[in-house]
Design a protein around this ligand. Structure first.
Ligand SMILES: *Cc1c(COP(=O)(O)O)cnc(C)c1O
Length: 385
């Protein structure tokens, strides 16, 4: 399998001024969307979730790729994120996950045809009273996440109250799962049951909104019953798994690689203290390479002395404290490495690969946080096949 090798020739395209960068393999995203689509009924729509700059991959490029690969909806978290998609000329319907509460945001949202999430009558009234023409709204129901949404007990009453308001129309009813990535399905099934009952009731009453949706990536991969009319796909389209047990379900291709240049190489004697605080001391005569990336680029300082980089297809240990703009690796065992070489922090080089899951385990966090921490200082370089 050629997992994650799509960007093999991009090194040629990296400008000489780039000291560190993110490579995004759009072909991998296309593959992932197509792979996920095959798990869905033909009538089920796919919403590409591109909040937080497309989980750090670049929202506009991801959105365009996803739409051309079979997604029909986009989702963002903020009005600004939605506007930047519209500014790029993207015409697909865009759902805004976050609540919108101030008037300026409502004006901007209507102007740019972003479709808001509504959790209360009060919020719905604000859109109605803005008098900006019929605004399509998405009613969010809390079935157990306890974050946003009207409680599932009160959803029917809220729907009735919103129905009589002018200038708003409920185009979807949705909820979000708190534990879809867990091995134990009990809690997710409980949320599913609450949601499905509500949908059934509305259906019998003839007032089921046109779209009903519940599944995120994890639920899409594991609970086909949760697919309803549309699935909201974030992490999986980027080729990553919300949890490692989901790897068995489909073969996704990670789209993102993180690379930086070696800018200086020197040999130091045994016993040499390395970087701030001398948290590493050489045990042998060591070839040290300075790599031009640091925590100012969004790689956590907590990874210091705990990860490998790939150089010329081999692993080289990162040593000493990671600094703001630079860090060090031990290339004693990669004797042909020299300054100007590209070091791969995440992604593939030759037969070796370093996964985001490896970093996530090290940092006791989830891939989502690692991706969205990658700083805007890192240029995003896109490659098609
Ligand atoms: C972020 C988000 C998603 C996507 O979640 P993934 O686990 O990345 O697929 C779906 N729905 C809502 C409401 C979200 O906030």
């Amino acid at each position: 399998m050629s997992i994650g090798q799509g960007c093999s020739r991009t090194a040629d395209r990296v400008s000489l001024t780039h000291r560190a960068w993110v490579e995004v393999d759009l072909e991998a995203i296309r593959h992932n969307i197509a792979t996920i689509r095959r798990l869905l009924k033909p009538s089920t729509q796919l919403m590409s979730v591109v909040k937080a700059d497309g989980y750090g991959h670049g929202a506009v490029a991801v959105a365009r790729t996803a739409l051309s690969a079979g997604a029909s909806w986009l989702a963002v978290a903020t009005v600004e994120e939605g506007i930047s998609l519209r500014m790029a000329g993207i015409e697909a319907p865009i759902l805004l996950f976050g609540p919108v509460i101030c008037t300026e945001e409502i004006d901007a949202l209507a102007e740019h045809r972003l479709q808001p999430t509504v959790c209360s009558l009060d919020q719905a009234r604000r859109f109605s009273e803005a008098g900006l023409g019929p605004i399509p709204i998405h009613l969010k129901v809390d079935t157990g996440m306890s974050r946003l949404g009207v409680s599932w007990h009160e959803a029917q009453d809220l729907l009735s109250a919103i129905r009589v308001l002018p200038d708003v129309s409920v185009v979807s009813l949705y909820s979000h799962l708190a534990t879809a990535d867990a091995v134990d399905p009990t809690t997710a099934m409980e949320q599913f049951t609450r949601f499905a009952k509500l949908v059934d009731t509305l259906q019998r009453q003839g007032r089921r909104p046109p779209l009903v949706h519940l599944a995120n990536s994890a639920a899409t991969l594991t609970f086909p019953d949760t697919h309803f009319d549309l699935v909201r796909i974030g992490l999986a389209q980027y080729g990553l798994y919300p949890s490692s047990h989901l790897q068995a379900v489909v073969a996704l291709r990670p789209a993102l690689a993180l690379k930086a240049k070696i800018v200086f190489v020197k040999t130091v004697p045994p016993g040499t203290g390395v970087s701030y605080g001398h948290t590493f001391r050489t045990a042998r005569r060591t070839r040290l390479a300075t790599v031009s990336i640091g925590y100012g680029d969004g790689i956590s300082r907590a990874l210091s002395n705990g990860i490998d980089f790939l150089v010329r297809g081999r692993r080289a240990r990162q040593v000493g404290t990671i600094t703001m703009d630079q860090c060090l690796i031990d290339i004693t065992d990669v004797p042909e490495a020299s300054d100007g070489d590209v070091a791969t922090l995440l992604g593939q080089d030759g037969g070796e690969r370093i996964s985001i899951a490896e970093w996530a385990a090290r940092l006791e966090t989830i891939p989502y946080e690692i991706l969205t921490a990658l700083s805007p200082r890192l240029p995003r370089i896109f490659c098609q096949a």
